[in-house]
Design a protein around this ligand. Structure first.
Ligand code: SF4
Length: 285
């Protein structure tokens, strides 16, 4: 690798770090932009959104213990309740949501996806529901959430907490892969969020952990930088929610693993689970 590519990689990491921390502009002289050959992107066509929630996610009514409370962020649209909370009912409800997402074309990502990625794991009131932003290349190919490099780190984080992936649930804000792994647009997130809301109502997790700025913004409608949101408990309805960094960001910027592990230990305390010793923290390896 040349000095140039090292420099460019470092610059990309720096800019992504700034983006994660909420920076939305960077000063470049016209001369530098000209040398870089920057071309203004074509304007993105507005996504026509239906006025109402998609029929596909119309589930049976939400249980009384999941009514939105006085969260300081946008309250979720309550999906209808389940008739019962048996494991079979939950699995059947999740399969319906997955089928409906597979048939969905509410946003332009339907035209570029290979497979819809609804998410997977324990649907029966798991201790934790992890929520990322959207599938990447590996997830798009396999139809499973968090199976690439970032997924491997997430698995390490989950196991460091004393869980297996089968014991918790993993999903994304958007169920289809954005081209070139770009973050989903606000319109795409708005179009897709009813699927996640329906999944949360069915799964009924004890705690939600959002991974990265996009997931926190998509679920909470928060405009605060992830570096300020992370580590602080909030509520989604009446479900405790902890925002932390995305594993992909931790791979690019390993010093942030310390903060992420601190957030996960806070989750363990909230769940009244044993907190592993610091020297057994695999997220720093
Ligand atoms: S991302 Fe969501 S809203 Fe867009 S097409 Fe896929 S399932 Fe539908």
């Amino acid at each position: 690798m040349s000095d140039w590519t090292d420099t460019i990689d470092a610059l990309i990491d720096y800019l992504r770090f700034q983006q994660e921390n909420g920076t939305r502009d960077a000063p470049f002289s016209p001369d530098i932009l000209k040398r870089l050959g920057v071309i203004a992107p074509a304007p993105v066509a507005a996504v026509p959104l239906p006025a109402a929630l998609p029929q596909p996610v119309a589930l049976p009514p939400l249980a009384a213990d999941r009514r939105p409370s006085t969260a300081d962020h946008r309250p979720p649209t309550p999906p209808p309740p389940l008739p019962s909370k048996s494991p079979a009912d939950r699995r059947a409800a999740l399969e319906r949501i997955a089928e409906q997402a597979a048939a969905c074309s509410r946003c332009p990502l339907a035209g570029t996806r290979t497979r819809v990625v609804p998410g997977q794991g324990n649907p029966n009131s798991p201790e934790i529901l992890f929520i990322g932003e959207a599938p990447g290349q590996d997830e798009d190919a396999q139809g499973l959430a968090f199976v690439g490099k970032a997924g491997k780190l997430l698995t390490q984080m989950i196991e460091a907490m004393g869980f297996s992936r089968d014991e918790i649930f993993i999903a994304n804000i958007c169920k289809c892969r954005p081209p070139d792994n770009r973050p989903p647009s606000p319109e795409e997130m708005q179009a897709c969020i009813p699927f996640l809301q329906a999944q949360i109502a069915v799964i009924n997790p004890k705690v939600i952990v959002t991974l990265g700025a996009t997931a926190a913004k998509g679920l909470l409608n928060a405009q605060t930088a992830i570096s300020k949101l992370r580590g602080h408990w909030t509520l989604y309805g009446d479900i405790p929610l902890m925002p932390t960094f995305h594993p992909a960001y931790l791979l690019r910027f390993p010093p942030a693993k310390h903060d992420a592990w601190s957030d996960l230990k806070s989750v363990l305390k909230r769940l009244d689970r044993p907190v592993p010793q610091q020297n057994k923290n695999p997220t720093v390896t």
